[in-house]
Ligand binder design. Structure first.
Ligand code: GCB
Length: 658
């Protein structure tokens, strides 16, 4: 970070919060190595939603104590997937409360017999509150969807003669409260002439469907009992050398040796070190460049860590390999710099959303989306409005797609959401996000929230604290939140490094008046820049568009209107692009599912089978605007490439479109 204020915040952060929170241990992505094995538990699980009035029958009858089928009927539920759209039961689609998942696993004998082996159960995400039992024993609880959590279950599986069969029961509650992230409220409707007794609805203050369940992989993995618990890497550049600072945490014993080797992409060792921390120097470094910014993007080294330790049961060793991209990120008054060169974000906002799987992780969808991003010439996206699966982040590292990593701080719309309990939880969530994603070179900025009510005094204090805490966790990256407040009223903007603005001119205001966009956009940019003197990203803009609707001259909801709206925005963006506007992210990459209503400004049924602002449909087919954006992004890519040379689309099969 170049900015002086960031350094000040970073220094203040640990004083304020260093002792207040603190997660137990690291959250390295599970990997197979000579010392580690993995067993994926994806596939069909047994499932039951607790439809009882108080939703607590499962606890009253202790469903976790016996196989789930013994306490009542179960259905098949695929993991990973959201549970909402899988069955034909409408009650499940809108279900609020506890659902129960269960799966039996047979463990390899070595896992249960070798006491130098540690067995870990890891859940990629469970939205939103989860309790886990192993063989009926309460093992783990976690609050918050979209982030992984795990437990060492060795002492549950290494008990006496061959308990190789394991029953894993997971109860998940998708209820959102004023102190969850995102927050929500339960509203009881008590007019008995209209609603049956006990009738309630869940109100959310964000614009995507509250899909829930085991939406990412569940797995078991092993490590030795003394093991590499966490690795933190930061990088910098000195002339033509790359510097890799590493810090390794080891758990299980104090008697160990650590050896560290950095390998280049051809597997040649370029630097090595020993001990829990150090600096590796790489002369003639190949930097990690964003895709399209440089002819050799996304260069990754591998940090191989080898641990040897003495335990009471004899020697053990552990191996872990971390991909490392060497790059720098800095922010000036008017620029966002990657490796010291101005970077312009030309990209998208996404959602983890498709078809019947809801937010369930899916490899074909992931690869398709990355192929579309490259077809489009998009060099960046924001993880609106929650952290995406770890596999997505790995793809970004490998493809050179830059990420603004956003936490689930969305829907902070009401004054009562800015309370101390929420603040504490929000900071803890940022700890989990940073712990999980800190080593990804693709992540260049943290976003702590989307459209909080940042005009409120209480929001100002709240955002200041969350931002300071995030900076203390990671002083190497800028921090932002995404605002839709008025520039003069925003109480959070003073604390961010980059101003991110959402605006929907001629969509949510002045309906149909495309001719006003350029003026309103210019006013927006000038006001914000004059007041804050910070680089600005247009973090959302767009128009609802039903694929196949046509009208010329353009009318709202048609493909022509979306195109024209984008064109007007682009003219406005081009006026400021070389000055202080450092990015544009379309809302949205693809259509996505929402509730059947939109909460603001008034709760109203303005969603037709979801949000249709995608430039691709939910099935990933292009609307006309996709072609327009593609032309623009490739043009910008060719103008902003370093060193200057002309880039070509990497999609070989795109000749039809060129
Ligand atoms: C926004 C929100 C986003 C919505 C979008 C819309 O400002 O950040 O979550 O989906 O507007 O389409 O209304």
């Amino acid at each position: 970070m170049a900015r002086g204020s960031a350094v000040a915040w970073a220094a203040l952060g640990p004083l304020l919060w260093g002792c207040a929170l603190g997660l137990q241990g690291g959250m390295l992505y599970p990997q197979e190595s000579p010392s580690r094995e993995c067993k994926e538990l994806d596939g069909l699980w047994s499932f039951r939603a607790d439809f009882s009035d108080n939703r607590r029958r499962g606890f009253e009858e202790q469903w976790y104590r016996r196989p789930l089928w013994e306490s009542g009927p179960t259905v098949d539920m695929p993991v990973p997937s959201s549970f909402n759209d899988i069955s034909q039961d409408w009650r499940l689609r809108h279900f609020v409360g506890w659902v129960w998942y269960e799966r039996e696993v047979i463990l390899p004998e070595r896992w249960t017999q070798d006491l130098r082996t540690r067995v870990v159960l890891r859940i990629g995400s469970a939205h939103s509150y989860a309790i886990v039992w192993v063989n009926g024993v309460d093992t783990l609880e976690h609050e918050g969807g979209y982030l992984p959590f795990e437990a060492d279950i060795s002492n549950l599986v290494q008990v006496g003669p061959l308990p190789s069969r394991l029953r894993i029961t997971i109860a998940i509650n998708n209820t959102l409260t004023p102190t969850t992230l995102p927050p929500g409220t339960i509203q009881y409707l008590t007019d008995t002439s209209k609603y049956p007794k006990g009738y309630f609805v869940q109100n959310t203050y964000f614009d995507f469907f509250n899909y829930a369940g085991l939406q990412r992989s569940v797995l078991l993995y092993t490590t030795p009992t003394t093991y590499i618990d966490d690795i933190t890497v930061t990088t910098s550049v000195e002339q033509d050398s790359g510097l890799v600072n590493y810090q390794i945490s080891v758990k299980g014993s104090n008697l160990f040796k650590l050896e560290v080797r950095l390998l280049d992409a051809e597997n040649k060792v370029v630097a090595n070190g020993t001990g829990t921390q150090g600096q590796l120097k790489v002369p003639g470094v190949s930097l990690w460049w964003p895709y399209l910014m440089h002819e050799r993007p996304a260069y990754l080294y591998s940090l191989e860590v080898q641990l040897t330790a003495q335990t009471s049961l004899g020697p053990v060793s552990d191996f872990y390999t971390l991909p490392v991209g060497i790059r720098t990120v800095a922010v000036t008054k008017s620029q966002f710099l990657i490796n010291g060169k101005p970077f312009y974000f030309h990209g998208v906002n996404k959602h983890e959303d498709a078809d019947i799987r809801g937010k369930g992780f899916d490899w074909p969808l992931l690869v398709k989306d990355f192929n579309l991003l490259r077809w489009l010439g998009a060099n960046a996206f924001r993880t609106s409005h929650y952290p995406y699966a770890e596999e997505v982040m790995q793809m970004c590292d490998r493809y050179g797609i830059v990420v603004i990593d956003e936490c689930p701080g969305v829907g902070l719309a009401l004054p009562q959401f800015f309370n101390n309990v929420s603040l504490h939880h929000h900071m803890q969530v940022m700890e989990e996000v940073v712990r999980r994603d800190k080593n990804h070179p693709a992540v260049v900025m943290w976003s702590v929230a989307n459209e909080p009510a940042s005009h409120l005094e209480s929001a100002g204090y709240y955002l200041k604290m969350v931002i300071a805490h995030t900076k203390s966790l990671d002083p190497s990256r800028p921090v932002t939140f995404v605002s839709n407040s008025n520039y003069a009223a925003d109480k959070g903007a003073p604390y961010v490094d980059v101003i991110c603005l959402n605006s929907y001119y001629s969509w949510y205001h002045d309906y149909g008046h495309l001719e006003l966009i350029q003026l309103q956009l210019a006013t927006q940019f000038e006001n914000w820049y004059k007041k804050y003197q910070k680089p600005i990203i247009q973090s959302e803009y767009g128009a609802e568009t039903i694929a196949g609707f046509h009208q010329d001259p353009p009318l709202m909801f048609t493909e022509e209107y979306q195109k024209s709206l984008l064109e007007q925005y682009h003219l406005g963006l081009d006026q400021k692009r070389r000055k202080y506007v450092v990015g544009e992210l379309i809302w949205n990459f693809a259509d996505f599912m929402t509730e059947q209503w939109k909460d603001r400004p008034l709760k109203a049924p303005t969603r037709v089978l979801g949000n249709k602002k995608g430039i691709f449909t939910r099935q990933r087919q292009p609307k006309s605007a996709a072609f327009l954006l593609r032309e623009r992004y490739w043009k910008i890519a060719n103008e902003t490439r370093y060193p200057h040379s002309v880039a070509k689309s990497q999609c070989l099969e795109n000749s039809l479109f060129t």
